[in-house]
Design a protein around this ligand. Structure first.
Ligand SMILES: NC(=O)c1ccc[n+]([C@@H]2O[C@H](COP(=O)([O-])OP(=O)(O)OC[C@H]3O[C@@H](n4cnc5c(N)ncnc54)[C@H](OP(=O)(O)O)[C@@H]3O)[C@@H](O)[C@H]2O)c1
Length: 250
């Protein structure tokens, strides 16, 4: 099976670093033109774009805070003015503000919900306008195994990520008749800046819980996203697929 995304326009939120960067480069390698969204780190976004163009792909970086309605509006308006449509949306931007619930400030809760869940709502709604017009589209939401099984110290993050799973199912049902599929990808522990701060003890405990015996790579996640974005995945919608080395089996 060969995956081609030639002629497709893809928006990857949080495409400047980590998993988002791997998703952006992989979609571009499959032929898509990729809009690399970022919030603050323009240099990292430019590095993603440079990696794509060095491999003869097409990409552009665009700044927008996905939790801010007017910035999301501006982002999609610019994409549509420039490229005419959006075929693929990957809602990847995410943050953590870990602490036990009894110590969690409202700010910690709100910030995580705003970026990780509200951002998915805002970007999905904006992308659905061109997708419903075209009567086709692919939306892929990056959730987490934490949204499935919970994690001490991450009640805000777990709530947002579980919210994404419910949102994915509801929108998949709403959009199926328009030939738009909506799926979620739930990574386990992946080697990125988000997990770089794990202490040795925690890392050892995590490795013991992973049947495949290693943390995942951003590329492990990007491979599945690329498949879900392709025609090969046309009959898959409303699903949450884990990429976690077998950590969660259901
Ligand atoms: N790493 C893991 O083990 C793991 C596991 C499960 C799920 N995930 C999920 O996978 C996704 C990517 O994680 P990662 O580990 O690659 O994270 P990361 O390395 O920390 O990168 C986060 C990305 O999100 C962007 N971002 C953050 N807030 C944003 C906002 N308000 N608007 C737009 N962009 C924003 C950042 O942009 P700037 O560069 O501009 O800051 C950056 O590109 C997240 O949704 C995360 O929850 C990660």
């Amino acid at each position: 099976m060969q995956i081609s995304l030639k002629g497709k326009i893809a928006v990857v939120t949080g495409g400047s670093r980590g998993i988002g960067r791997a998703i952006a480069t992989t979609l571009a390698a499959a032929g898509a033109t990729v809009v690399v969204n970022y919030q603050r780190n323009a240099a990292a976004a430019e590095e993603t774009v440079a990696a794509i163009t060095a491999a003869d792909g097409a990409a552009i970086s665009m700044q927008a805070d996905v939790s801010a309605a007017e910035e999301v509006e501006r982002l999609f308006k610019t994409v549509i003015e420039r490229y005419g449509t959006v075929d693929i949306l990957v809602n990847n931007a995410g943050i953590t503000r870990d602490t036990l619930l009894l110590r969690m400030k409202e700010d910690d809760f709100d910030a995580v919900i705003d970026t990780n869940l509200r951002g998915v709502y805002l970007c999905t709604k904006a992308a659905l306008r061109p997708m419903t017009k075209a009567r086709s589209g692919r939306i892929i939401n990056i959730t987490s195994v934490v949204g499935l099984i919970g994690n001490a110290g991450q009640s805000n993050y777990a709530a947002a990520k579980a919210g994404i799973i419910g949102f994915t199912r509801a929108v998949a049902r709403e959009m199926a008749s328009r030939n738009i599929t909506v799926n979620a990808v739930a990574p386990g522990y992946i080697e990125t800046e988000l997990t770089a701060g794990l202490g040795d003890q925690v890392r050892t405990a995590i490795l013991e819980a992973i049947p495949l015996g290693r943390l995942g790579t951003p590329q492990d996640v990007a491979n599945l996203v690329c498949f879900l974005a392709s025609d090969a995945a046309a009959y898959i919608t409303g699903q949450t697929l884990t990429v976690d080395g077998g950590m969660v089996m259901s």
